[in-house]
Design a protein around this ligand. Structure first.
Ligand SMILES: Nc1nc2c(ncn2[C@@H]2O[C@H](COP(=O)(O)OP(=O)(O)O)[C@@H](O)[C@H]2O)c(=O)[nH]1
Ligand SMILES: [Mg+2]
Length: 342
């Protein structure tokens, strides 16, 4: 069976198989992505993030059902870097997503961390590409938290939905710094619980305060490789988009229509303003740079004997050598090998 062709035709079994391959065997990812890449870029990718227990899985479940009513094909990727051994959270997710089973317009996949977080980010990105090429119009990625340590949802998604729930930690203080900037839509879930309106109000206030100070710093983040104009506004919600603060009850589906609508509006906004192209451009840049870094590190490891690397690291740890000099020596040593090989 030609799994690539079958996946491209939307066969769920082939999709599952290819995702398993990229997840289990990093070496198979380049071939699969190469074969499918021309068919990607059509799906709208939505990242759903927030603290554990805020209701992400429940919300994704309801949201998917809502989009299905509009005949959209929905792919769900649940990323859980936390419990690679017990899989406890994943089991919960599966139980909750059970009512989606049997519908071929929906595909649910849990990605557990095997090895490094970088590996998880790469296999998640590859899974999204497989789903995209297989014709899923909407891809929902559920991740715990957001930021450096986890899958970088801000670069993986077109629309970022940040979830909070009332009574989690110190009100909305539990929102980590930096998370407001990446949110395109803010959701206070568990609106059936006391404190939801207050949480929503605080979030709105934080948004308004943030908007006045963010602009300059956000622009500064774009380095020399920023996308062509109007790239300066790449990650700014201010560019004609007012981040809505919504309230939902994921267990009953309340507020889900408004959330689905906000996602559609944001997608349309990105397209109309050219920001979708910018986000795709920035993701492409990040992806190429990450892969290049990996390639280079692989080459370096192959070029410089492990004993030499270990010795230099020991020298740094024991203060015989500073880290800059160690890195420069390794780099020089690798460059020599590359030159000799060429
Ligand atoms: N009362 C209430 N409970 C909710 C709501 N959404 C989710 N829950 C419950 O909160 C718990 C955690 O939900 P889950 O979707 O697993 O959260 P996740 O860890 O963010 O994926 C479960 O027991 C859900 O049934 C809600 O809107 N209201
Ligand atoms: Mg979950």
């Amino acid at each position: 069976m030609d799994w690539i062709a079958a996946a491209r035709a939307g066969n769920p079994r082939a999709v599952a198989r290819l995702i398993t391959q990229v997840e289990n065997d990093a070496a198979s990812a380049p071939g699969i992505v190469r074969a499918l890449y021309a068919d990607t870029g059509r799906a709208h990718v939505v990242g759903i993030t927030g603290p554990p227990g805020s209701g992400k899985s429940s919300l994704v479940n309801e949201l998917a059902k809502r989009f299905r009513q509009h005949d959209r094909r929905v792919g769900i990727v649940a990323v859980d870097p936390s419990s690679p051994f017990t899989g406890g959270a994943l089991l919960g997710d599966r139980v909750r997503m059970r009512d989606l089973a049997g519908d071929t317009g929906i595909f649910v996949r849990s990605m557990a961390s095997r090895g490094s977080l970088g590996g998880l980010a790469r296999s998640t990105a590859a899974a999204v590409k497989v789903l995209d090429a297989a014709g899923y119009d909407l891809i929902l990625i559920e991740t715990v938290g957001a930021g450096q340590a986890e899958v970088d949802i801000a670069t993986a998604a077109h629309t970022v939905v940040v979830l909070e729930a009332p009574g989690m930690g110190d009100d909305v203080q539990s929102i980590k710094a930096g998370i407001l900037e990446i949110a395109d839509i803010l959701v206070v879930n568990k609106a059936d619980r006391p404190g939801a309106s207050r949480a929503a109000k605080s979030l709105e206030m934080m948004l308004h305060l943030g908007l006045e100070t963010d602009t300059a710093s956000d622009r500064a983040h774009h380095g020399a490789d920023a996308a062509p104009s109007p790239a300066d506004d790449g990650r700014l919600p201010a560019a004609g988009w007012a981040t809505p603060v919504l309230q939902t009850v994921a267990t009953t589906g309340e507020g889900m229509a408004a959330l689905a609508d906000a996602i559609e509006r944001h997608a349309a906004h990105l397209t109309a303003t050219g920001q979708r192209a910018i986000r795709d451009w920035e993701r492409s840049r990040d992806e190429v740079e990450h892969l290049l870094r990996d390639l280079f590190m692989d080459q370096l490891r192959a070029a410089v004997p492990a004993t030499e690397r270990t010795r230099l690291i020991a020298d740094v740890a024991e203060r015989r050598l500073d880290p800059y000099s160690a890195a420069e020596r390794l780099f020089a040593s690798a460059s020599d090998t590359f030159k000799r090989e060429r």
